[in-house]
Design a protein around this ligand. Structure first.
Ligand code: S3P
Length: 168
């Protein structure tokens, strides 16, 4: 069984994913890290050198071609569901869970550590909120295709497991 966690940058996919995987005895895979291992640099440097289009193509290829263990929780990059047929592919190959959060909550969480995220690294607070609001409207079209949607605020692995119980 594969569980794909999707949602905007900063919604907590990786933190939740690790804990959830431990609880279930599944492996945890962070697709951003898979890509970083593959190219041998961090995402920021890869973006700067190759541009976003190249990043999206590689992200999609790795999503679909990664050699997944039978049981795993996969944290995907915030944009991954929104390009090519990635969302459909995830729905065909596992259970997708959208970790939902408001723009204000996301902005607060993203203020720290934003330098690691090329799309937002140079933004001030106002620009960040604007960016999140605009992007979330566009992206929700894809995120909402997830099989499960859960509130990301105070989301514990146990709560996530309750949502997943019909599938595992
Ligand atoms: C991106 C989100 C990032 C990473 C890249 C682009 C996005 O992943 O894939 O910086 O387009 O939202 P996280 O959601 O893990 O930060």
């Amino acid at each position: 069984m594969m569980i794909f966690l999707i949602g905007f940058m900063g919604c907590g996919k990786s933190t939740l994913g690790k804990k959830l995987a431990t609880k279930l005895g599944y492996d945890f895979i962070d697709l951003d890290h898979v890509l970083e291992d593959k190219v041998g640099s961090n995402i920021g440097d890869y973006f700067a050198a190759n541009g976003e289009d190249a990043f999206r193509r590689l992200e999609s290829k790795l999503l679909k071609e990664h050699n997944y263990p039978a049981n795993c929780v996969v944290a995907t990059g915030g944009g991954a569901p929104c390009y090519f047929d990635n969302m459909e592919w995830m729905n065909d190959n596992g259970v997708t869970m959208y970790v939902e959060m408001s723009p204000i909550a996301l902005a607060k969480r993203l203020e720290k550590g934003k330098e690691k995220r090329p799309l937002i690294k140079d933004m001030n607070h106002e620009q960040l909120i604007d960016f999140i609001e605009t992007r979330l409207v566009e992206r929700n079209r894809f995120y909402k295709r997830a099989i499960l949607s859960v509130d990301g605020i105070n989301l514990t692995p146990d709560k996530a497991l309750e949502h997943l119980s019909q599938f595992i």
